[in-house]
Design a protein around this ligand. Structure first.
Ligand code: IPE
Ligand code: IPE
Ligand code: MG
Length: 255
């Protein structure tokens, strides 16, 4: 993955800090070409590389990619196996490249359902890249927003039972700190390719104030221009976080 990590990286204070993407449409991309869905998933991996490269070059702090949902186990067994094999092969091939490009890799989702080999590779990738600073790449694998909120509550309840969180109010911050995305800024820009306009159990808590961008482009066709269009749309919007338009324009409030 040829990432340009040199001095001409663009920094733009209006850029989203965190972009979260539902990469949808691989299957339809293949079916349109009378090819098996597997080919669509392979083409989808290729599209990912260009998007990572763009984000690093434009100093996006966090890029989250939804790779496999907690509901995707419902697919035919052959497709699930193929996706697992592709996930493993991609990690084997890409972790060193991510590391060389100073990218920190992090996984969110219930990894206990994956094979030991895959879990080991995921842990290795995170450990190897943990001190990298160019960008954080979050891969959501066996991820579901409901799962994330449940596991956060479970850990909070565990700490309360153990006396570690005495008389603690259940606050926004406390919950955020126990989600799988703890320590990361919330996504500013949510993108879904493939034409569906739904959230499909992705980052339900974290998307509270994300700008939503939907495109009919199928994921394997989603390229740097597509991402640029999404970012342009993001920049054209006024984010108000509950304030009035006038307050924001007069800079009477800090957002
Ligand atoms: C997204 O593409 C990839 C995964 C869910 C793993 P799909 O496989 O959902 O593609 P479509 O929606 O069937 O076209
Ligand atoms: C969402 O896509 C999950 C990923 C892209 C990994 P799906 O294709 O599984 O979503 P639904 O089921 O159509 O909502
Ligand atoms: Mg789909």
């Amino acid at each position: 993955m040829p990432v340009d990590d040199s001095n001409n990286r663009e920094s733009d204070s209006n850029n989203p800090r965190h972009i979260a993407i539902i990469m949808d449409g691989n299957g339809r991309w293949a079916q349109k070409r009378f090819m098996p869905r597997a080919i669509g998933h392979q083409a989808g991996v290729k599209a990912v590389r260009k998007i990572i490269e763009y984000c690093v070059n434009h100093k996006i702090e966090v890029l989250t990619l939804f790779a496999f949902s907690s509901e995707n186990w419902r697919r035919p067994a052959a497709e699930v196996s193929l996706l697992m094999a592709l996930f493993m092969a991609t990690l084997q091939r890409e972790i060193n490249k991510l590391d060389r490009n100073n990218i920190r890799l992090r996984f969110i989702g219930d990894r206990t359902e994956f094979s030991d080999k895959l879990q080991h590779k995921m842990a290795e990738g995170e450990a190897q890249t943990q001190n990298n600073t160019a960008m954080t790449l979050v891969i959501a694998a066996n991820y579901g927003g409901h799962w994330d909120i449940c596991q956060a509550f479970q850990r909070i309840a565990g700490k309360m039972a153990a006396g570690e969180l005495q008389n603690q109010v259940i606050s926004d911050e406390l919950i955020s700190q126990h989600l799988s995305t703890a320590g990361l800024p919330a996504p500013d820009l949510f993108i879904r390719s493939g034409g569906e306009q739904r959230v499909s159990n992705f980052m339900l808590w974290q998307l509270a104030y994300a700008e939503m961008y939907f495109t009919t482009t199928l994921w394997p066709d989603f390229d740097q221009n597509s991402l640029e269009d999404a970012i342009k749309s993001f920049k054209s919007r006024q984010r108000r976080f509950g304030h009035t338009s006038e307050q924001v324009l007069n800079k009477a409030v800090t957002l």
